[in-house]
Structure formats: C-alpha cells, structure tokens
Design a protein around this ligand. Structure first.
Ligand SMILES: *[C@@H]1O[C@H](CO)[C@@H](O)[C@H](O)[C@H]1NC(C)=O
Ligand SMILES: [Zn+2]
Length: 235
C-alpha cells in the first residue's frame, strides 16, 4: 500500500484505533499434519492460513446475523482458535468449548469428493462451530441444547453451507429437536419478522425462556411450530 497523504493520516489513525478496539485474533493449528485427515486438511482444504480467513469471515457473518455491529454487544472473546486433532470421540465432527474449536481429522479424511467438497464441508462445520463461540446463553445449553444447535445450523443455512444430509424445510417432530430441523423453523420465524434470530440471541444472554417467542412474535413456539407444519403440509 502506498503512503497516505498527510491530510488523510489522522483519519487512518482513527480507523486503526477503532479496528483495535474490536480486534479478534483468529488462529489455526494442524496438530496432526501426518495423519490422513491432517494431510487432506492441508492439501484439499487449504490449510491453516485459509482456515484463519474462514474463521474471520464466519465471525463477521455471525455478528451481522446477530445484529451486533457494536462489539460491546458481542461475547467478549479476543481470539478464536481452531485445532485439527485426531482424538475426538468417533461420531463427533467438531467440538467447541469457549473460543476453542477442535475439528476431528478423520472426518476430513472421510469426506467424499474433491477439494471443493472438503472446503464446503469444513466451512459449513466452521460456521456452525464459530456460532457456538459467539452465541449468547450457553449457560443453558444442557437443558435447551436444541435451540443452540438450531441457531448454529441457522447460521450455516444462511451462509449457504447446509450439509448434504439435511432434510427438507417442514420436516421434524418438534421445534426444538435441534440442528437442521430447528434451523429451518427459525428461518420460518425470521420470515415472519426480520431480525427475529438476532433478537432471540440477544435475549438468550439472560438464559433460555419460552416467553421469548411470545415477546418477539406474539405466539408460543408450539403455536409457531403448528403454523409452520401446516404451511408445509399444504404442499
Ligand atoms: C439492530 O440493533 C439495533 C440496536 O443496536 C436496533 O435498533 C435495530 O432495530 C436492530 N435491527 C434489527 C433488524 O433487529
Ligand atoms: Zn453444534
């Protein structure tokens, strides 16, 4: 970049200070570079540098989705770290604790398809896991995990990265069964009121409460689920 003119310098300084105030560092570590999954992470996915870029883009996308342009509204982490590991329990693709995301190398190794398929699959997982880093209310995760997993997959859906094994909108038995079922239901709620998910996430800061649906949309979650199911049963 060329030097800015003297007149522009104070503005640049101001912008630099503003960026520092909300600065978050994104890190990625491939702890198992010699494993099949670790090798594929480096070769097909794009490695740690690409992962850091995706974590940064995912975080910006999440803050926008949550209507958190003001950093003071966000969960206060100053870093997010991805580690590619080979010791997560079988069946788990990734686990997020606080601001630390662990990705199971074997799940990268087992991805069907070419490098583009690996990129799309891992990026979908990273958008989901990064949502866990930034969403409010996880103190109630154990009692109400379905809403938190639903919001994480809602972000993945809105980012255009749904997984290939997701069902269709309108499927599912109850609104809070989590993941794609809840994600599609939340997307329906969002269609009733733009900003619904952002508002819900903001309220979750105080922990989960059934009343949030009534407060935002004037109906209980069960009523909204009935409306949603009726909409999709009309074919
Ligand atoms: C986003 O948040 C601001 C307050 O920070 C609020 O005024 C605005 O209505 C919100 N937008 C949506 C779409 O919820
Ligand atoms: Zn999750």
């Amino acid at each position: 970049m060329k030097m800015a003119s003297a007149a522009a310098a104070p503005l640049l300084l101001l912008l630099a200070l503003a960026a520092t105030a909300g600065a978050v560092t994104f890190d990625a570590i491939n702890a198992v570079p010699d494993s099949a999954g670790g090798q594929r992470f480096d070769r097909d996915y794009g490695g740690v540098e690409y992962a850091k870029q995706v974590l940064s883009e995912a975080s910006s996308f999440i803050w926008t989705t949550f209507n958190q342009s003001n950093p003071e509204d966000r969960v206060g982490y100053d870093s997010v770290t991805l580690t590619v590991v080979d010791n997560l329990q079988p069946g788990a693709v990734a686990v997020t604790i606080g601001n630390a995301i662990a990705l199971r190398a074997q799940s990268v190794a087992e991805t069907n398809g070419d490098a583009a398929a690996v990129k799309e699959g891992v990026n979908g997982v990273l958008y989901h896991e990064a949502t866990h880093v930034w969403q409010w209310g996880l103190q109630d995760y154990t009692a109400h995990w379905g809403i938190f997993e639903g919001i994480a997959d809602y972000v993945r859906l809105k980012a255009g990265l749904p997984a290939g094994n997701w069902g269709q909108p309108g499927e599912g038995k109850q609104w809070d069964e989590g993941y794609a079922v809840t994600a599609y239901f939340l997307d329906y709620c969002e269609s009733l009121k733009s900003g619904f998910v952002a508002e819900l996430n903001g309220k979750l800061k105080d922990g989960y409460n059934d009343e949030y649906f009534v407060q935002i949309l004037g109906k209980t979650a069960d009523q909204l689920w009935s409306d949603y199911k009726a909409k999709y049963s009309q074919g």
